[in-house]
Design a protein around this ligand. Structure first.
Ligand SMILES: [Zn+2]
Length: 301
């Protein structure tokens, strides 16, 4: 079992511990519960989907990296594919709090990065903050997205955020998790880091600034993780691409992994640029090797 679970596993009920042990003991467990895993867990525990997801929240919270708050939030995003994606809050010591990633954002971007095209339910161990409620209005599940919390009835996002301001108010109808391909390409010899950044930039969600972007990082373990920019109708709850890449490193690798190199993929002169803020945050995380990767349209949008 990965070290991250050892202190959180005892918080699971005895029934869930017994049923989940073979899954969390897998060397290749990557923070995703596949439909077969979920069926096995439900059969062994007798729990329904909502009760099982709530029971598994300590395992999601095991991914939390909270050096500032020491407050561990776990979330599980349930996709229409049947996969359940774990996520947790991530804080960065030494950089402004606005760079933090909330557990719901983490689980949602985890699902999105893995190709999920719609979410049915978000399960989380604390009531979603206003920032997350606004972030979730960008999803293509919209107000029908179900929110499941311990000790509460399952309600919809529409119940949690009444009279909301969202994409439709700005005339935007292609939403977060809708498959997108912006048709960008890069010049010159490709390498894995550039290819990963290009792929993520092409699916990034930036309908307000049209400044599509992505960040790809290379770790000291030789792994490459990419994150796509996720914009929000209310602007401030937008999730920068570096955060999307780092959360994948934390989920698939380890919080101890170090970032050796990074590339920021964006157009030559975008309306808004991620480069300077990405560089600044990465310097705090100990990475100085940050390149800009220019992407250009190969087809008209
Ligand atoms: Zn939140």
């Amino acid at each position: 079992m990965h070290q991250r679970f050892t202190s959180f596993f005892p918080q699971l009920s005895a029934d869930i511990q017994a049923a989940a042990l073979p899954i969390f003991n897998r060397e290749q467990f990557n923070g995703i519960l596949a439909p077969a895993d979920i069926q096995a867990l439900k059969a062994q525990t007798g729990l329904d989907d909502d009760a099982l997801a709530i029971g598994l929240l300590p395992a999601a919270a095991a991914y939390s990296v909270a050096p500032i708050s020491q407050f561990h939030v776990g979330a599980i995003a349930r996709g229409v594919s049947g996969n359940w994606y774990l996520g947790a809050n991530v804080e960065f010591a030494g950089v402004p709090l606005g760079q933090s990633i909330h557990a719901e954002q983490c689980a949602i971007v985890h699902a999105w990065s893995c190709g999920e095209t719609r979410l049915d339910t978000i399960t989380v161990n604390y009531s979603p903050c206003g920032h997350c409620r606004q972030f979730m209005t960008e999803l293509n599940s919209q107000r029908e997205l179900k929110i499941s919390l311990p000790g509460r009835d399952v309600l919809t996002l529409g119940d949690y955020l009444v009279d909301s301001f969202g994409p439709a108010d700005l005339g935007i109808h292609t939403l977060l998790l809708d498959p997108q391909d912006h048709g960008y390409s890069i010049q010159g010899n490709n390498h894995p880091l550039a290819d990963a950044a290009l792929e993520a930039a092409n699916r990034s969600h930036a309908p307000y600034s049209l400044s599509h972007s992505a960040v790809a990082i290379l770790t000291d373990k030789g792994e490459v993780y990419a994150g796509a920019y996720a914009e929000n109708a209310a602007f401030n709850p937008s999730l920068p691409p570096l955060q999307a890449a780092v959360l994948m490193m934390y989920l698939k690798g380890s919080p101890d992994d170090r970032i050796l190199r990074a590339v920021v993929a964006e157009e030559t002169a975008p309306q808004i640029s991620q480069y300077a803020s990405t560089l600044e945050t990465l310097r705090t995380l100990g990475c100085e090797d940050v390149q800009k990767l220019v992407i250009t349209r190969r087809i008209n949008p």
